[in-house]
Design a protein around this ligand. Structure first.
Ligand SMILES: C[S@@+](CC[C@H](N)C(=O)[O-])C[C@H]1O[C@@H](n2cnc3c(N)ncnc32)[C@H](O)[C@@H]1O
Length: 472
């Protein structure tokens, strides 16, 4: 058996307050078009950190909106200037980037968690983004359950301070820990309110205040239970001008992969999700979980990225794990985090150097692998890949997406030279890793040939034709 499945080095990681009475499905609220061309996106503000003087913001808002007309479009008191229109909840044909406050998936009026155990999400998003979600094949699929519907996590006091999430049973790489719909999905970027006579700093404060008002409408649409869960989350943005809701989003928001207004890579036009359980996960520079967003069920999935013991605290990374300890500390400081994870406590000059050089080492391995796939007489990158995998595992860096490609390269080389036992070992690791990072098998990650080779090898796992054991 001598087959490689990576033809090129491009094997990519494919890669509350009671719900107020509403109509049959809660209507969507839309932001009214503004005179200065609301539909052409305005610049997004750079959100401030640290202590910001906000004492005169209320008067600034009055200045910007001298004649606020209050209305009760469905629930809550809302400035007409902020929310001008109300549409039935099933409206789809928004013709532009009108901002919509809507409930997804749609729920019946007065629904409770008994009616909809998978819960639902209040969303503040652009009309076309709502369309995109609703047109996802199969939407809304039920939220995936853990194996045997067991509860694999608990929220409790963390040695890091505050609350954290812990494993309630031993977990294997790829195991689903929890899958849940967000409490809230909202745009990440806040567009700037332009007003003559205000300084830049004042305009930022006014924009944040207006945004808080919009967020408040979404919160009012939540069930008592969801709103309480949301408002109980940590807030490390209490002095920078963020209102209480924005502060919670900034502290707890996960980027929603695949949801964006215009460009996938434009973070300002991306979306943030706040979740009941997953937003309780603390940071580690050597995280033991990974997560992904599943559009069809509108849910986030949290999975173990390595085998984890019962009682272990679960963690994810809030920063770039390929930076030095002091660089990471700088990024985490605004969130009030002085990181005491194993990666920081055990940090040395060597581990700093190792982390910062991973990308360079990986790129060389990828390039060597590409050359080798075209000409097997050239040196293969097996030893370098195995070495990097071992070092990354030791440093707790399996959550990094490039780890996937390293596993794929090793599995590919082993299967191409016919080293069946090791090929099986790494193909299985690759399959586990695929499930951990995307919830899907190798096959569903575009590695159908690798899956077929694994099946074939497992049906005849003797190393009889292996080039390593039986050199020609
Ligand atoms: C997303 S929340 C995590 C859950 C939070 N501990 C709680 O009690 O709800 C983020 C906040 O938790 C705290 N936190 C997270 N990771 C931490 C860590 N490694 N060390 C210290 N504090 C941490 C910080 O206050 C941070 O702003």
């Amino acid at each position: 058996m001598k087959r490689g499945f990576l033809k090129t080095a491009k094997a990519k990681k494919t890669e509350g307050i009671a719900l107020p009475p509403v109509a049959l499905t809660p209507p969507s609220l839309c932001v009214a078009p503004k005179g200065d061309g609301f539909f052409a996106p305005r610049p997004v503000i750079k959100l401030p950190y640290g202590k910001v003087e906000t004492s005169n913001v209320a008067s600034l808002v009055d200045f910007v909106q001298p004649n606020i007309v209050t209305a009760r479009p469905t629930e809550g008191v809302v400035s007409k200037k902020l929310f001008g229109r109300e549409f039935p909840g099933d409206t789809l044909n928004y013709s532009d980037n009108t901002m919509v406050i809507t409930t997804l998936p749609r729920v019946k009026s007065g629904a409770t968690l008994d009616d909809e155990p998978d819960n639902w999400t209040e969303c503040i998003l652009a009309g076309p983004v709502k369309q995109r979600i609703l047109s996802t094949p199969g939407f809304p699929q039920p939220v995936e359950k853990t194996a045997g519907e067991k509860v694999n996590h608990r929220v409790g006091p963390s040695p890091f301070g505050g609350l954290g999430v812990f494993a309630t049973r031993p977990l294997r790489t790829g195991d689903l820990i929890v899958a849940e719909r967000p409490l809230l999905i909202s745009k990440r970027g806040i567009e700037m309110t332009r007003s003559k006579g205000l300084t830049q700093a004042e305009m930022i404060q006014v924009s944040m205040q207006e945004w808080e008002e919009r967020l408040g409408v979404a919160l009012k649409r939540m069930t008592d239970e969801n709103r309480k869960a949301f408002m109980a989350l940590a807030n490390s943005h209490t002095e920078d001008g963020s209102g209480p809701i924005l502060g919670i989003i900034r502290t707890n928001g996960y980027k929603v992969e695949g949801l964006y207004d215009d460009h996938e890579n434009d973070d300002d036009r991306a979306y943030s999700a706040v979740l009941n359980v997953m937003s309780r996960i603390n940071h580690s520079c050597s995280p033991n979980t990974t997560h992904h967003f599943d559009m069809a069920s509108l849910s986030f999935h949290l999975r173990a990225i390595r085998d984890t013991e019962e009682g272990e605290e679960l963690s994810s990374s809030y920063c770039n794990i390929f930076q030095t300890k002091s660089e990471r500390a700088e990024l985490l400081a605004p969130y009030g985090i002085v990181c005491a994870c194993t990666g920081c406590v055990g940090a040395t000059k060597e581990t700093d150097l190792f982390r910062t050089e991973i990308t360079k080492r990986f790129q060389k391995i990828q390039a060597d692998h590409l050359v080798w796939t075209k000409d097997h007489s050239r040196p293969n990158p097996l030893a370098a890949s195995l070495q990097l995998i071992e070092e990354m595992e030791k440093e707790g860096l399996r959550a990094a997406p490039l780890f996937f490609t390293l596993l794929a390269i090793v599995a590919n080389v082993y299967s191409a030279v016919g080293h069946a036992d090791d090929a099986i070992k790494y193909l299985e690791k690759l399959d586990d890793y695929c499930r951990a990072s995307t919830g899907r098998s190798m096959e569903d990650n575009g590695l159908g040939e690798a899956a077929a080779i694994l099946k074939e090898l497992k049906s005849d796992s003797k190393c009889s034709k292996c080039l390593v054991c039986n050199p020609v």
